[in-house]
Design a binder for this molecule. Structure first.
Ligand code: ADP
Ligand code: ZN
Length: 604
């Protein structure tokens, strides 16, 4: 097993659970695997496929995913093919013939194609195993239900002796049990790996207004020069306008949302996969079909509606295991809008609850990773050291007077005021509405002039979180004081607020990044093997050239991780090149010579 791993995939050891899973499949037992994105699920069925007789049938929901997997396998010298509706008839005939002759080790197929090919599969070829990728698609409880997947229940009966391995990255307990039931797996062994993604840094920025958000995003991208990332926005309009902003600053950016044509969406996706654009501004519609391993960062322009969504979206960064950054913006406006959606959703209680958990994450003053893992049922006893709370623990101060000013203004407006207007009252702004409603005559008008508007926004969020007032979503989002708010207002209790630190943003990220890399157990080179940045750029440019010639995404030629290793270890023989983690025999023979030449030339 280890030798096959090294030969074909170039790795020296298995990740947690991989070996046990593979043994299970080799013993022809049914298996269920729940592993986070980037955890290494593919090898769990690809390696047994190589060791077993016949062809492994892999069921996958999206053509783009199949294409990516097949290209990755071929790039490692593994014969693979895909049967789907995007192939021409001649292509499909060719692939069928190769399968019958036993020349293809892994055959990817869409669920609908599977039903129409069932006779061919039954009669003509030797099947080693069935792998069901994105298995949560079979369940109505999962969030990507696909009716075609339900046909898979017939597999177990039609192919009694052939092992089935079902894999997914997203399944809560109900979905998990549903998958097992629907597939009718025979006393399956269940493998659930940790959901931790320690290479993803977690940062939340609270209460930023639009202009400040935009500055922060440009600053962030500037610190991630040349690195690909995704910006998730709540609306199509927002995705468009953020993209325009970036384009104005000469950042190559594509837009992706459900309002675009299929052609436009495919183009955006292809441009991103092939590094022709650096950034995609997208609604949640983007990402499912994407296996791009070198997404280096994910920004959430708005709060997502649940932790599941959030975790899946940030999970698209750093699949190659290298340090990657995530940044979430969180504002009162998001809460107001998302609560409204949840109220109108028809599944009010559940959706409000999910939103509430998301909100708790964003407002946390304890390690954010612990909150996330806890949500997925994993208890962690240690702080992660790679989230903003761990790196920069919040400091508290006695904010009783601030809270009293805000609450008193709410009372004096007879609780007929929303947050924006409230900030105007506190700041003493003579806006049209203030004058019209005579709020400028309130005793609290201008009482908070010394605090900038954006800080008021932040403090109000904190007060909401502390439960001093509520937002009446059914009454124009007016603010209503709660009992605990009254205690502070009347001076029977004090209020502790968190100090706002703004300056950290401009100066922090540099130090933060270094620290993250130093602290990360995933650091890929020791300090005496310092990475040669110029060499990295040379190798990256050469990789791009090869990728364009072969018409495959650059990360399929060699991953970012391999490029980093090459530019720090700097191998000068083909043998040493082949020893790099991630380079198997096939890639050594295909690329060793030219890369070693480039490295030698650079060293000279
Ligand atoms: P998933 O399907 O779970 O999202 P993948 O199978 O795509 O994850 O694997 C993610 C990355 O981890 C890939 O680049 C893969 O080559 C790499 N990987 C998988 N197994 C190992 C291993 N044992 N050692 C090193 N890297 C691995
Ligand atoms: Zn932490």
């Amino acid at each position: 097993m280890l030798q096959t791993l090294k030969n074909y995939f170039g790795y020296d050891s298995f990740r947690p659970l991989q070996q046990e899973i593979i043994q299970q499949v080799l013993a022809k037992k049914d298996t269920f695997v729940l592993m986070p994105t980037g955890g290494g699920k593919s090898i769990c069925y690809q390696l047994p496929a190589l060791l077993m007789e016949g062809t492994a049938i892999v069921i996958s929901p999206l053509i783009s995913l199949m294409k990516d997997q097949v290209e990755t396998l071929k790039a490692n010298g593994i014969p693979a093919g895909a049967l789907n509706s995007s192939n021409s008839d001649t292509e499909n005939i060719g692939i069928r013939r190769e399968c019958i002759q036993g020349n293809i080790k892994l055959l990817y197929i869409s669920p609908e194609k599977l039903s129409s090919e069932i006779n061919f599969l039954l009669k003509d070829i030797t099947i080693s195993l069935f792998a069901i990728d994105e298995a949560h698609c079979i369940s109505q409880w999962g969030h990507d239900f696909r009716p075609e997947y339900t046909q898979l229940h017939a597999l177990r009966q039609n192919f009694p002796g052939i092992p089935i391995i079902a894999l997914t990255a997203t399944a809560d307990k109900i979905t998990r049990e549903d998958i097992l039931k629907q597939l009718d797996l025979k006393s399956p062994r269940i493998f659930i790996s940790s959901f931790d993604r320690p290479n993803l840094s977690l940062t939340v920025k609270r209460g930023y207004q639009q202009a400040e958000k935009h500055r922060a995003i440009l600053d962030f991208i500037d610190k991630h020069k040349g690195q690909c990332g995704i910006i998730y926005c709540m609306s199509r309009n927002k995705a468009e306008s953020v993209a325009q902003l970036l384009q104005k600053h000469y950042i190559r950016t594509a837009v992706y949302h459900a309002g675009l044509s299929t052609v436009e969406r495919n183009r955006a996706q292809e441009d991103f996969i092939n590094d022709r654009v650096q950034v995609v501004c997208a609604t949640i519609a983007f990402g499912m079909g994407i296996d791009k391993s070198n997404v280096r960062w994910v920004i959430h322009y708005n709060l997502p509606k649940s932790i599941e969504n959030f975790y899946q979206e940030i999970g698209r960064a750093g699949r190659d295991g290298l340090p990657s950054d995530t940044l979430l913006f969180y504002s009162l406006g998001d809460i107001v809008l998302l609560s409204k959606f949840a109220h109108e959703s028809g599944q009010q209680t559940m959706n409000l609850d999910k939103l509430h958990r998301m909100q708790q994450y964003a407002e946390a003053d304890i390690c954010r990773r612990r909150i996330l893992l806890n949500y997925f049922g994993e208890n962690r006893e240690h702080n992660c050291g790679n989230c903003d709370v761990c790196k920069n623990p919040p400091e508290h101060f006695d904010g009783t007077i601030l809270v009293q000013k805000a609450l008193s203004a709410i009372v004096r407006s007879e609780e007929q005021i929303g947050t924006h207007l409230l900030v105007d009252v506190l700041r003493g702004n003579y806006t049209q509405e203030i004058v019209k409603r005579q709020f400028d005559r309130l005793k609290t008008f201008g009482a908070g002039r010394d605090v900038p508007a954006r800080d008021w926004q932040d403090f109000l969020l904190q007060m909401l979180q502390l439960g001093y007032f509520e937002i009446a979503y059914n009454e124009d989002n007016h603010l209503k004081i709660t009992d605990s708010g009254k205690k502070v207002l009347f001076g029977t209790e004090k209020a502790q607020l968190v100090v706002i630190k703004r300056e950290e943003m401009a100066s922090k990220p540099k130090g933060r990044k270094k620290k993250a890399e130093a602290a990360s157990p995933l650091s890929i080179s020791s300090s005496q093997e310092r990475e040669d940045q110029r060499l990295f750029e040379i190798l990256r440019a050469y990789r791009k050239q090869l990728a364009d010639e072969k018409r495959v995404p650059a990360y399929i030629i060699l991953s970012d991780k391999v490029l980093h290793l090459l530019s720090s270890i700097r191998p000068t023989s083909i043998e040493a090149f082949g020893n790099i983690s991630g380079i198997g025999t096939f890639k050594r023979d295909a690329y060793g010579k030219s890369f070693v030449q480039l490295i030698k030339k650079h060293l000279n």
